[in-house]
Design a protein around this ligand. Sequence first.
Ligand SMILES: NC(=O)c1ccc[n+]([C@@H]2O[C@H](COP(=O)([O-])OP(=O)(O)OC[C@H]3O[C@@H](n4cnc5c(N)ncnc54)[C@H](OP(=O)(O)O)[C@@H]3O)[C@@H](O)[C@H]2O)c1
Length: 289
Amino acid sequence: MKVLFAGGKGLLGTSITPFFKKRFDVVSLDIDEWDITDREAGEAIVAREKPDALINCAAVTDVDGCEDSKELAEKVNSRGAAILADICSKQGIRLVHISTDYVFDGAKGFPYTEEDTPNPISFYGKTKLWGEEQVLAKAPASLIIRSQWLYGEGGQHFISKILKTARERGSLQVVDDQRGSPTYAMDVAGPLAILIANKESGIYHISNSGSCTWYELAQEVFSTLRMDVRVAPISSQTLNRKATRPAYSVFDIKKVERATGVIMRSWQEALREYLQRSQTRINSVRRQA
Ligand SMILES: NC(=O)c1ccc[n+]([C@@H]2O[C@H](COP(=O)([O-])OP(=O)(O)OC[C@H]3O[C@@H](n4cnc5c(N)ncnc54)[C@H](OP(=O)(O)O)[C@@H]3O)[C@@H](O)[C@H]2O)c1
């Protein structure tokens, strides 16, 4: 099976391509080689590569930035997804489109299923929902994967940012009124590969299990690493960011577990493995220097 990634050099793409490369023939491209909003380029690339599945990881993911750069966010997250769906539909390719917990408003208070009605409260969330809708309208056999609170070996994310701040300042403030499931990007790969191989379609939620607030996640990171860092809980209102985030976006992940037989491990277990791997990498770089 051949898999083509768009936006493949971002956090998720970088984290999952090694897993896919062990099982499938993989071509991973990013914006420097393929801008997904360029229809002609997309048609030519898909016709040249002839993949069995196209995984769309390309997106404008700066949630606050999307409030300022609305045109760009809409262009990439909605119209870009629509263009890929058109191309896949015409060329008979399975489209796997990656989406987000930010399609929900966070008011539910208990885990969101795939059947719950989205109601995004940020412009980023709106563009991602429009993207999902376009994909399902134009290529109904597509697979839509919603994930959340991702971290991993590639790119910038919450954990890399708090570690940098902690090393620079020794203390930090972290919001304690948003609850979700931190998800090791690598853990998305296994169930995703099974869904693709089984030719599943429709919406699936994938995250590690359990939940916490960003503040609790920061505490877990520093205690696991035995770092003496002062972490103060604050409210989202105090942080006063441009985009509003859902206060609660935990997923119900039973659908993907049933479909794939993969039981998603807890966020704490996944985090421990990620931090151990990061430490091993840092130590080996130090030894080589
Ligand atoms: N990170 C999370 O916590 C999270 C949570 C839930 C869902 N998701 C979803 O997961 C997917 C992957 O996100 P990620 O975290 O890997 O984001 P990311 O690190 O920002 O990666 C996105 C990649 O897409 C590229 N890109 C931007 N515009 C493009 C275009 N027009 N054509 C082709 N590539 C383009 C970006 O390039 P530049 O960096 O050069 O712009 C980047 O390499 C997205 O759909 C996102 O909505 C992410």
